[in-house]
Design a protein around this ligand. Sequence first.
Ligand code: FES
Length: 569
Amino acid sequence: MSTELPPNRSREWFDTPELYGWLRRAAFKAEGFSESSYEGKPIIGICNTWSELTHCNSHLRDLAQSVKIGVWQAGGFPMEFPVMSLGEYNMKPTTMLYRNLLSMDVEESITANPLDGVVLLGGCDKTTPALLMGAASADIPAILVTGGPQLKGNWKGEELGSCTDCRRYEVELRAGTIDEDDWAELQSCIVRSNGHCMTMGTASTMGTMGEALGMSLPGNAAIPAVDSRRKQHAEEAGRQIVKNVSSDLTPSRIMDEKAFDNAIKCLHAIGGSTNAIVHLTAIAGRVGIDLSLERFDELSKTTPFLLNLKPSGQYLMEDFYYAGGVPALMGRIESILDLDNITVTGRTLGENIAGHLVHNEDIIRPMSNPLDPEGGLAVLYGNIAPTGAVIKPTAASPDLMVHKGKAIVFEDHDDLGNRIDDPDLEVSPDDILVMKNSGPIGGPGIPEWGFLPIPKKILATGVRDMVRLSDARMSGTAFGTVVVHVTPESAGGGPLSAIRDGDMIELDVPNRKLNLLVTDEELAERLNAHKNRAPDFKRGYKWLHAQHILQADKGCDFDFLRAESLQSD
Ligand code: FES
C-alpha cells in the first residue's frame, strides 16, 4: 500500500512552469533560503501580532524564535509574518472596532500565501479571538500560542492584578482615600513584565477558550509570559503543527458544536469575561455554528463557578498556573465535558487532561465546594433587551441582583464624562446609571465603556457599586453590577434609546429579567419618535464597519464574514 501523502498546499506556488514559480524560488533565495530549506517540507506560517504599540504582545517576536526551532526540528520550514496588532491601551476609540479587520488580515494573509499550516501568536484581548476567527475561515491546520500572562503586580506588599486593581484604585483616588503620589507609584508596580493582563480578564479568558476549544496545546493559557516553560511550549507547538499538516487537522475538524459547549462550560467555571460571549459567537459563526445567547445561559445554570481569580475572586494567573492551569481546571469539570473531542495534539480532550492534578484547592475548587453553584455569566431579557443583555454575577454585588431603581440617563459617553461628577447631579445609590449610544454602531465598535464610574458624591458616602446599564462592553478585568451588550443597541433605535430620566427599571438576575416599567404603548410611542444617532461615516474602514457590523448577540462579526451557511440569517 502506498503511504505517499498528497502534495502540500504550498506546492501550488512553486510547482508551476510559468515564471512565477521561478520567481518565488528567487524570492526565497533573496532571503538566504536555498531550495533545500523548503523542498519537500511543509511551510509553516508564524502569524505574529507582535507590536511595540501592544505592550502585551511586545515579546512575541522572541517567542516566534522558539516556534521556529520546533518547526525545524520536525522537518518543516517556518516563515514568520506580521499581521495587524490591537493594543488595548493605545488604540482609539476601541480595539473592538478593529477585531474583524485583524481577522480579515489573518485569513487573507494565510490564504494568499504558500502556507501549509500556521502557528498563531497573540495575547492582548482582541488579538486572540481575531486570530482564531481568521484561522477558522482560512481553515488550514493552525495552533494558537498566546504570549502568556504578566507576573503579578505588587504594591506595598499587596498583590495587584492588571487591570482590576487599576480600576479599584482609580475609584479610591476619586474617593480621596489614596493620593496622587500613591497613584503615581502604583503605575510602576502593576504591569511588571511582558505578557497580557494577569487577572481572568478577556486575554486570560480567551487563552483559556483556545485550550477548551482544542486549538492550543494543553497548558498554554496560564504559563507566565516570562517563564522559560512558555518558550518550551512554543517550541512544542512548532513541532506539533508539522504533524498536524500531515494529518490535515484543520480548525473546522476541531471546533465543532461540542467543542463550543466545552468552551462555554469552561467559561462559566472560570468566571470569565463577558467579552468571551461575543468572541466565541463570532468564532463559531466562522465555522457555520450559530451560537445563541440562550445556550450560554443554559450552560451557566448547570456549570459551577470554580476558579478563584480576580476580578471575581482572589488570585491571579500566575497562581492558577502553579495550581495546575486549564488542564487541571477542566479535569475538575470533566463529568460535564465532552471528552471525545479531537484537539490540536491529535488526541482527544480527555486524553489531554488525564492525569493533570490540582495543586491548590482554594484556587481551583472541586465541584463539591464551588464558589457558586452556577456559572459566571447570565443572559437577561426584557423590554429593554428583547434580544439579550449580559451580566457577570460573580463580579457583581449580591444585594443588587434583584433591584428596582430610578434611571439616571446619559445620552452618550461624552455626556457621561461631562455630568457624572457634577455636584448638581441628582443621584442616589439606589438609582440605575444608564448610558446610550455605545454599541457596535453607536460607539462605534462597542467600546469598553460599560463600567460607568460611580459619581464622586456617591463614592464619598462609602458606596462602591451601583447598577449600571448600557449597550457597551465591559473590560474583562472590571467588576460591579454592570449590565452590558444590551441588544438591539440604542443608536439604531433599540429600546434602550427610549429610557428617560426618572423611569423605573427592574433588574432580576435570578429570573433573567431586565425591564423598563412603562406601558407597552408608552414604549412604542417613544420608539416611534426615535432619531437615529449612528455616526455617519462617508468612507474607509469605519464606513465598512457601519454597513456590515452585527449586533452583540451575533458576535459583532461582519455579516459577510460568517460562514456561507449562515449568510441568510
Ligand atoms: Fe492587553 Fe489587558 S491590556 S490584555
